[in-house]
Design a protein around this ligand. Structure first.
Ligand code: NAD
Length: 284
């Protein structure tokens, strides 16, 4: 049975079929074509089945979000389905899940390749959303000079920057903070260049503690630091994927067409506590 007889349906692409990404798709993709990409075929099938049973039109594609050629093939697949109007990138690994090298390769360089590859296929008027993190606001070893290098170096050359070497990024916590800050910087540059030239917008969203399987890995490995952040925050609670979806839908949608190249911090007040000196944090 054909559930949707309309032609030329806009395409919504989700890279990383996880909790927050799926919530954003549910919020924006009714009546559109969804392309899900993930490394895990099992995850793809599970999420695609749930979405299909909820009335969404879903295609899947296995992709490694840390590999340029794989991302290129994923972007081509997206373009083959119709006008790519929305690109959401939530593929990432957190500090307790991966080595510093892997976090730099996936969260920073892979995300940069994804931004580059989708700049080639976005439709005019389209919008992108990269899920960064409040970690991008935490103290980091980056200086204004190294931030400019990260913002402007071609993606193929990022791995050779000394500010991203094993000496400069000694552990997974630092790698995560640097990568998430880099997401803000790369998106800002893309909004002004490749994406802007194409007539498309791109922004980041920086969630605080959002309860997902990834966050559970952090709760289980980081001692009391998450509890301390919740206690010090004005909201005094964790967030949910649905709250991120609400903000993501705004940034991707028609009421945000004057917003590009920026980040929206959605953290319940954790960074405000940190910046005000109410709470200290040690990422080293
Ligand atoms: N949960 C939080 O508290 C939180 C807070 C701030 C930022 N974030 C960031 O949000 C993003 C999404 O996190 P989530 O909590 O929804 O996690 P999640 O684990 O539900 O989703 C991440 C998805 O990325 C996929 N993935 C991992 N490596 C991949 C690869 N190489 N190629 C393709 N797919 C890959 C995973 O299979 C998974 O489906 C991540 O970038 C994370 O760093 C999470």
């Amino acid at each position: 049975m054909n559930f949707n007889l309309n032609e030329n349906k806009p395409v919504v692409v989700l890279l990383g079929a996880g909790s927050m990404g799926t919530a954003i798709v549910r919020r924006i993709a009714a009546g559109k074509t969804v392309l899900l990409g993930d490394l895990s075929e099992e995850k793809l099938e599970t999420v695609a089945t749930e979405l299909r049973y909820s009335g969404y039109d879903v295609a899947t594609h296995q992709v490694d979000a840390s590999a340029k050629e794989s991302l290129r093939a994923f972007a081509k697949k997206a373009a083959s389905l119709g006008d790519v109007m929305y690109f959401i990138d939530t593929a990432g690994a957190s500090p307790s899940q991966a080595s510093p090298e892997h976090i730099i390769k996936l969260d920073l360089i892979g995300t940069s390749y994804a931004i580059d590859e989708f700049a080639e296929v976005m439709a005019k008027g389209g919008a992108g959303l990269i899920v960064s993190s409040m970690a991008g606001y935490m103290p980091s070893p980056l200086t204004s000079e190294t931030e400019a290098e990260i913002a402007n170096t071609p993606t193929d050359q990022l791995a050779s920057l000394s500010c991203l070497s094993a000496e400069a990024v000694p552990n997974s916590g630092v790698a995560y903070v640097v990568s998430k800050k880099a997401n803000h910087l790369r998106v800002q540059t893309a909004a002004a260049t490749s994406w802007g030239d194409r007539g498309a917008r791109i922004n980041t969203i920086s969630p605080g503690i959002i309860v997902t399987p990834l966050a559970y890995d952090e709760f289980n490995s980081q001692g009391n630091s998450y509890q301390d952040m919740i206690s010090a925050s004005a909201s005094k609670r964790v967030g949910t994927s649905d709250e991120i979806a609400e903000v993501g839908a705004f940034l991707l949608g028609e009421h945000a067409t004057f917003i590009t190249g920026t980040d929206l911090l959605v953290d319940g007040g954790v960074i405000a506590s940190l910046r005000s000196g109410k709470m200290g944090i040690d990422i080293h």
